[in-house]
Design a protein around this ligand. Structure first.
Ligand SMILES: *Cc1c(COP(=O)(O)O)cnc(C)c1O
Length: 506
C-alpha cells in the first residue's frame, strides 16, 4: 500500500471526523490547502495502523490518536482568541464533570471537552495584543515540531539514549554560546524554565565555591543581586539555603560594579552574583562590563539571568547592552519568552561546564554504566529524565535561519521604541523610562489604582489589549512587553489613544 492511497481505517479519518455529540467540530484553518494537510495528517494517523498492531493492553487506540493529531494539526494554524480566560474550578467542574472514571470517558468525549471547555478557559499567550507579563509568540514551525518531539518520545537525559536529538539541541546551544562569545568548551542544557535554570546555575555556583573554599562560611552562603532581580532568584536562594544580599541600583536602575564592590568586600559569604540581562518588569540590562570583573576579583560566580531579555543578544541594535557578558560563568534565556519557541523551554549555558557536572551528575549503580564521555544533559542541571525540549527551537531555527530570528527580535525592539515614542509625545500619558529592550513602562497621570484596574480589566474582557498594572519606582504604572513580532505598534498606539482619556479609567 502506498502512503497516499486510501487509508485503511474508517473511523475518524479527517474528511469524516465526527463532531462529537453534535458539538461544532474544531474550525478548519482557512489558509491551509485541505488536501496537503489531509494527506500529512492521514499519514501520521495511519502510522499507528501500519506499524503497530492494536495493543493487547490498550486495545485499538486509533481513534484516540487520530482525534488528537487532527486537533493538533488544525490548532497549530488557527488564529488565537484574545477573549478566552480563566474560570473557577467550580464552574469547570460543573461544565466538565468527572473525567477520570473506572471505564474512561473515551477519546471523543475527552477531546471534545478539551476543545470546547478546557482550552477556552486558558489565556492565549500568543495573541498579538497580549502584552502582559511576558507573553509568548512561538513560530508555527516550532509549535508543530513540539508534537513531533512528543511522538518521538526520546529520553534526553543521557547521550547513550538521546544522541541524535541531543546533538541537534547542542547545535542550538552553540548558536547561543556564539552570541555570548563563549569558548568552544562551553556547554549547556535545555531545562523547563528560567526558575529551574536559575536554581541549577546557582546550585553549581554554590557547589563550586564549596570545593574552592573547602568549607561552608560562617553564617552560611549568600548571593548578591539587585532588588530588581526576578523572584525566582530569591526562590532559588531559599531552596539552596543561601541568604540574598541586595545591592543598591544606580539612578537608572542598573546593578553596577561600583555598588557591588562595597557589598562583596563587606560580606565574604557571597559566592555568587546574579545580574539581569533584561529585568522582567522594565527590561533593564545590568552593567555587566563593571559587575563581572568586580565579582571575579572577589572569587564570586556570575550568573546572568537573561530569561526574558537574553534573546536581544541576537539583535545587533541591542547586543551592545550586554557588553562584558563574554566573561560571565553561566547564563539563561527562555526561548518560550522571546525566541519564538513553545512552552516550556529554558536554555542554560555554562562558560565552563565542569563545575556544573561536578555539582549535578547523578551516580547510581544502574547509571554508572553510562558512557559519560559524550554530552549528557542530565549532568548540567537538577534533573535526570528529560524531554528534548530544545528541538522545537532547533527545527524552527533550522527552518528559518538565524537571520530571521535576528530580524524578528529587532521587530519587537522597534515596536517597543515606536510605542514609547508615541507615549512620550501624547498629552495624557507619561513614559517612565526609555526602553532598553522591549518593555515599555508608562503611566496615566491622574489615575487611581482603581482606575488603572478598571481600564485594564475592561480591555481584557473586550479582547482589545492585555496590559496589566505594575509598580515602578514605588508607584503604580503600566507595562507593555513586546515579544511578538506580529504585534502592530500602530494598533497598540491607537488603543492607548482611544481608551485612556477618561479620568476614572472607564
Ligand atoms: C520569566 C523569568 C524568569 C522565570 O522563568 P520561568 O521560565 O517562568 O521559570 C526568571 N528570570 C527572568 C528575568 C524572567 O523574566
Amino acid at each position: 500500500m502506498t502512503e497516499d492511497s486510501t487509508h485503511p481505517f474508517p473511523s475518524p479519518a479527517p474528511d469524516s471526523a465526527p463532531a462529537p455529540d453534535g458539538a461544532a467540530a474544531p474550525a478548519t484553518p482557512p489558509t491551509t490547502p485541505e488536501s496537503s494537510e489531509r494527506s500529512a495528517f492521514s499519514r501520521a494517523s495511519d502510522a499507528l495502523q501500519r506499524h503497530r498492531a492494536p495493543s493487547e493492553v490498550w486495545g485499538d487506540e486509533r481513534e484516540a490518536v487520530s482525534l488528537a493529531l487532527r486537533w493538533a494539526a488544525e490548532h497549530t494554524t488557527v488564529a488565537t482568541d484574545p477573549k478566552t480566560t480563566a474560570r473557577s474550578a467550580a464552574e469547570l467542574q460543573a461544565a466538565v464533570g468527572e473525567t477520570i472514571t473506572e471505564d474512561g470517558i473515551g477519546a471523543a468525549r475527552a477531546m471534545e471537552l478539551f476543545d470546547s471547555v478546557l482550552l477556552p478557559a486558558t489565556r492565549a499567550a500568543e495573541d498579538p495584543m497580549n502584552l502582559a507579563y511576558i507573553p509568548a509568540a512561538p513560530t508555527r514551525a516550532a509549535v508543530a515540531f513540539d508534537t513531533v518531539v512528543s511522538a518521538a518520545n526520546v529520553f534526553g537525559g543521557v547521550w547513550e539514549n538521546g544522541a541524535g536529538a541531543i546533538f541537534a539541541e547542542n547545535q542550538v546551544l552553540r548558536w547561543i554560546a556564539d552570541l555570548l562569545e563563549w569558548p568552544a568548551e562551553s556547554a549547556g542544557v535545555f531545562v523547563s524554565g528560567g526558575t529551574m535554570g536559575n536554581l541549577s546555575a546557582l546550585a553549581t555556583a554554590r557547589d563550586h565555591a564549596l570545593r574552592a573554599r573547602g568549607r561552608r562560611p560562617e553564617g552560611g552562603w549568600a548571593l548578591a543581586c539587585a532588588s530588581t532581580a526576578h523572584s525566582s532568584v530569591a526562590s532559588a536562594a531559599r531552596l539552596l539555603d543561601m541568604d540574598v544580599v541586595t545591592v543598591p541600583i544606580d539612578d537608572r536602575g542598573h546593578l553596577t560594579g561600583e555598588a557591588l564592590e562595597g557589598v562583596l568586600a563587606a560580606d565574604p559569604r557571597i559566592c555568587a552574583v546574579v545580574a539581569s540581562g533584561g529585568t522582567t518588569n522594565a527590561g533593564i540590562v545590568d552593567d555587566l562590563a563593571s559587575v563581572i570583573p568586580v565579582a571575579h576579583r572577589h572569587g564570586a560566580w556570575v550568573h546572568v539571568d537573561g530569561a526574558y531579555g537574553g534573546a536581544a543578544l541576537a539583535a545587533p541594535s541591542a547586543k551592545g547592552r550586554f557588553a562584558g557578558i563574554q566573561e560571565a560563568d553561566s547564563f539563561i534565556v527562555d526561548p518560550h519568552k522571546w525566541l519564538f519557541a513553545p512552552y516550556d523551554c529554558c536554555a542554560l549555558l555554562y562558560r565552563d561546564p565542569r563545575p556544573a557536572a561536578a555539582a549535578h551528575s547523578q551516580h547510581a549503580a544502574y547509571l554508572d554504566s553510562i558512557d559519560r564521555g559524550e554530552s549528557n544533559p542530565s549532568d548540567l542541571a537538577a534533573h535526570l529524565s528529560r524531554r528534548t525540549r530544545g528541538l522545537p527551537l532547533w527545527y524552527s531555527l533550522a527552518t528559518h535561519g538565524t537571520a530571521a530570528y535576528s530580524a524578528a527580535v529587532e521587530r519587537c525592539l522597534a515596536s517597543a521604541r515606536t510605542v514609547a515614542t508615541a507615549i512620550e509625545a501624547s498629552e495624557h500619558l507619561e513614559l517612565l523610562l526609555e526602553p532598553e529592550l522591549s518593555v515599555v513602562v508608562f503611566r496615566r497621570p491622574g489615575w487611581t489604582p482603581v482606575a488603572y484596574r478598571r481600564w485594564s480589566q475592561r480591555l481584557a474582557k473586550e479582547g482589545t489589549l492585555l496590559c496589566l498594572p505594575t509598580a515602578f519606582a514605588g508607584e503604580i504604572a503600566l507595562r507593555l512587553a513586546f515579544v511578538n513580532p506580529q504585534t502592530d505598534p500602530a494598533a497598540v498606539i491607537d488603543v492607548l489613544e482611544r481608551t485612556m482619556h477618561a479620568a476614572d479609567g472607564s
